[in-house]
Design a protein around this ligand. Structure first.
Ligand code: FES
Length: 199
């Protein structure tokens, strides 16, 4: 019987040949590649097909959309930018408010209790401009629906000097006496005013 050690030595060339053959097959296979080809890019085709499936919209190009949805500011009437007259869906006209002036003008307004005369513009309410001066002026609703911000124009009927934006509290006689709601009153001339004065 052949010694096992001698038998292994006799098989060594066969083992080496087997390893070489295996490596050769692996090398040839990897050089040839797998034959897989990437498919053509179909993304454009898919996008076009999807676009054709979506109906056309009448939306205008986005140009004035608030980021984040909350949407600062009020609705702009259809067909009109701020400062222009627009039209509601039912066809009724939307008139511009007293803040929508063609040209910003300034008037000297004396705040009697504060002891100071300042220039007020015609496109902001008296209350806001007084606050800009750092004065703690009275107010509550800021919408012309209470009388917390009332003041008294000492020069005569208040509507000779200011234009109210939808004030709902003062009677004609009170306006004629010089009373005004400063939160919705826009200067139209120079005048003197006592703030914190209600009829
Ligand atoms: S704050 Fe209410 S009417 Fe001016």
């Amino acid at each position: 019987m052949l010694n096992p050690l001698i038998a292994n030595v006799a098989n060594a060339p066969a083992i080496v040949l087997g390893v070489i053959a295996t490596l050769t097959v692996v090398l040839v296979t990897s050089l040839k590649g797998t034959g897989w080809e990437p498919t053509t890019d179909i993304s454009d085709e898919v996008l076009e097909r999807r676009a054709s499936a979506v109906p056309e919209t009448d939306f205008p190009e986005p140009g004035n959309r608030a980021v984040g949805g909350g949407g600062g500011g009020g609705a702009i009437p259809a067909g009109g930018a701020e400062g222009e007259e627009g039209e509601l869906e039912d066809g009724s006209a939307v008139s511009a408010g007293p803040a929508d002036v063609e040209e910003v003008e300034y008037f000297d307004v004396e705040f009697v209790k504060q002891g100071k005369t300042v220039e007020l513009s015609n496109d902001e309410p008296i209350l806001e401009q007084g606050e800009d001066e750092g004065w703690d002026l009275p107010y509550a609703c800021r919408q012309g629906q209470c009388v917390s911000c009332a003041g008294h124009i000492t020069d005569g009927p208040s509507e000779d000097f200011v234009e109210h934006d939808n004030q709902q509290m003062l009677e004609e006689a009170e306006l004629d006496d010089g009373y005004t709601l400063t939160c919705v009153a826009y200067p139209r001339d120079s005048f003197s005013i006592e703030t914190g004065e209600a009829p």
